[in-house]
Design a protein around this ligand. Structure first.
Ligand SMILES: [Fe+2]
Length: 227
């Protein structure tokens, strides 16, 4: 089937055609003013100030993609995944904060480990957000919105000791992992196998592995002489 584009679309509506001609005339005026003879390369700026309604409201779910899931199933999965996305953004950023601010004899190990975990959480964020879009939802994205949605407690801006940093991370991991078990079960029961797989295979496994690596840094063992 031929794709309908702006170039080959039938001119059935008078208003858009008139509007297009007006834009073309305006573009020519600008080109002339700039001493140009060809098409204008002037970007059209500040379109956010008079934009019409958004394409899709946050919190709604569209049925655009035929993926074999009913609207109510998509809605439930999108709500769960947006919570998981906000929490994952929070722990990702906490890892970067601690990567920058860590001090002490374990600096090198923790500095590198925290950044590795940051990268892994960042990869999860993209997987979760894109799953939300595939389901027809709208992924939460900006820091201010993440702050409102996440259930992970906000750490202070201050620099903290390494064991305190680790304890905060472990608390955040546990919040995410408890949700993983709950959300994976609900996705399985509703028949959203893709969401169940993402939560178990990616989010849960990654968080469990990170808990192991981080926890070992707060085990109080002798460093040089066995006690
Ligand atoms: Fe760095």
């Amino acid at each position: 089937m031929a794709k309908t584009t702006a170039k080959n679309a039938p001119a059935t509506a008078a208003a858009p055609v008139a509007s297009a001609s007006k834009k073309a005339a305006s573009s020519k005026d600008n080109s002339a003013a700039n001493g140009q003879t060809g098409p204008s390369v002037q970007p059209i700026l500040n379109q956010q100030f008079n934009a019409p309604a958004p394409l899709q409201k946050y919190g709604t779910v569209s049925q655009r993609l035929p993926i074999g899931l009913d609207a109510n199933i998509r809605q439930e999965s999108v709500e769960m995944l947006n919570q998981m996305l906000a929490d994952t953004c929070s722990i990702r950023d906490m890892y970067k904060k601690h990567h920058w601010q860590v001090v002490g004899p374990t600096f090198y190990q923790l500095h590198l480990l925290f950044d590795k975990h940051y990268e892994e959480q960042d990869a999860l964020i993209d997987m979760i957000a894109e799953r939300i879009q595939i389901l027809g939802g709208v992924a939460v994205a900006m820091a201010a919105d993440i702050a409102e949605v996440t259930s992970i407690p906000r750490p202070p801006r201050d620099r903290e000791e390494a064991p305190v940093q680790v304890s905060r991370l472990l608390e955040a991991h546990q919040i995410i992992l408890k949700n993983c078990h709950d959300f994976a079960k609900r996705a399985d029961e509703s028949g959203d196998d893709g969401t169940n797989d993402l939560i178990v295979s990616n989010v849960m496994r990654t968080n469990e592995m990170q808990v192991w690596f981080v926890s070992e840094h707060v085990v109080d063992t002798p460093l040089a002489r066995a006690e």
